[in-house]
Design a protein around this ligand. Structure first.
Ligand code: SF4
Length: 81
């Protein structure tokens, strides 16, 4: 499925259908493929459930830490120039 930039899907030419090949590449909160699927075959949890999960599992805390690791290093290197 060409609409997913994260390569979650591939196309099985023998069966002539899309198949999920990299499910963990799917981005939490993204619903692009669901919105564009002409058959309405793709569903995701409601935004309320997604928000609860983000809160419950501390997703933003982890994202901030990871970002700080990457950007922090970038900022420190950029200061040298
Ligand atoms: S929700 Fe977004 S990231 Fe996940 S499979 Fe669909 S298009 Fe790809």
């Amino acid at each position: 499925m060409a609409i997913c930039g994260r390569e979650v899907y591939s196309y099985d030419f023998a069966d002539r259908r899309s198949v999920v090949v990299k499910p963990y590449n799917c981005l939490v909160g993204c619903t692009t493929c669901s919105n564009l699927c002409p058959a309405g075959a793709i569903e995701f949890p409601s935004i309320e459930i997604v928000r609860e999960a983000i809160k419950k599992y501390g997703v933003f805390k982890v994202v901030k830490e990871k970002l700080k690791e990457k950007v922090g290093d970038f900022v420190e290197r950029a200061k040298k120039y």
